[in-house]
Structure formats: structure tokens, C-alpha cells
Design a protein around this ligand. Structure first.
Ligand code: IDP
Ligand code: MG
Length: 150
């Protein structure tokens, strides 16, 4: 089982999509370990997007992610990093496969409504930026577990 970090971006929060997006991960059967509604400060946003420093879209990206509240979460499941990224679809929503979150709810990269870690290493890095270990609840089981996993 693998953990990953997901953020519902300010555009999705403003558009009232928190519930619908959360529901996709819940229905998939992922176990939620952490969930928070937060307004990122600049420092945290810069840490989060460190890999993009120097890119032409970096400044706009940091401004946008700090422009309003977001929902951050840690979820766990089989191949959670890859599977959740596939559920989100391509970075550019106009190229995302039908049925993915970005294809269903978004049109442009600058408003692509969701973030997901792209590797197990970035997942652990991003989880550590946004959560204290004490904020994560590992010690519980969904009672439906046996209907989703062997
Ligand atoms: P990802 O969110 O699919 O992992 P990244 O390449 O990590 O995509 O980029 C982080 C975020 O920066 C994207 O979700 C998108 O909002 C924005 N972004 C990426 N590339 C571009 C671009 O070329 N123009 C504008 N915004 C971009
Ligand atoms: Mg990324």
C-alpha cells in the first residue's frame, strides 16, 4: 500500500467541487489518512512547488495556489500515486482522457482544479510539507476493506 498527497485547488473550492472530487477518491476505496481546509502562505506554496522555480508559469502558479483556500489530503491504497494521477488526468485538461477529474471539470492548465504527487518520493516530501505526522490517522480500517482489497 502506498500513500499520496492530493490538493483540491482554489478554483475547485470556489466552484463548489470539493464534495464531488473527494467522493471520487472515497468511492475508489482509498483510505483517507489526513484532510484539512487551509489557506497556504507563500513560503509553504514555494516549498510545495520548488521543482518549478524558474519556469515561466511559476510566479502565477504560486500566486494562484495562495489566492484562496484549498483542501489538502493524504490518501492510501494500492499504487495510490499512479492511480490517483490517472484519475486526475493530464495536466492540460483539454488533453485529459474523458472521465478523468480534469477532463470532466476543467478547461485550462492554469485552472486544472487538482494536484497530485507524481512519485512516491514527491508524495512523502509533499505530505511532510502540509501535515505533521500527528495529523495523520493511520490506525483505522474502513469496514468495506474486504470488498475492495483481498
Ligand atoms: P501536474 O499538476 O499535472 O503534476 P506540473 O507539471 O507538476 O503538473 O505543474 C504544476 C502545475 O502548474 C499544473 O497543475 C498547472 O496548474 C501548472 N502548469 C504546468 N505547466 C504549465 C504551463 O505550461 N503553463 C501554465 N501552467 C502550467
Ligand atoms: Mg506536478
Amino acid at each position: 500500500m502506498e500513500r499520496t498527497f492530493v490538493a483540491i485547488k482554489p478554483d475547485a473550492v470556489q466552484r463548489g467541487l470539493i464534495g464531488e472530487i473527494l467522493q471520487r477518491f472515497e468511492k475508489k476505496g482509498f483510505k483517507i489518512l489526513g484532510l484539512k481546509f487551509v489557506l497556504l502562505d507563500r513560503e509553504t506554496a514555494e516549498k510545495h512547488y520548488a521543482e518549478h522555480v524558474g519556469k515561466p508559469f511559476y510566479e502565477k502558479l504560486v500566486k494562484f495556489i495562495t489566492s484562496g483556500p484549498i483542501v489538502v489530503m493524504v490518501i492510501k491504497g494500492k499504487n495510490a500515486v499512479e492511480v490517483s494521477r490517472r484519475m486526475m488526468g493530464a495536466t492540460d485538461p483539454s488533453k485529459a482522457d474523458n472521465g478523468t477529474i480534469r477532463a470532466d471539470y476543467a478547461q485550462i492548465m492554469e485552472r486544472n482544479i487538482i494536484h497530485g504527487s507524481d512519485s512516491a518520493e514527491s508524495a512523502e516530501r509533499e505530505i511532510n510539507i502540509h501535515f505533521k505526522e500527528s495529523e495523520l490517522v493511520e490506525d483505522w480500517h474502513r469496514n468495506i476493506r474486504g470488498w475492495i482489497l483481498e
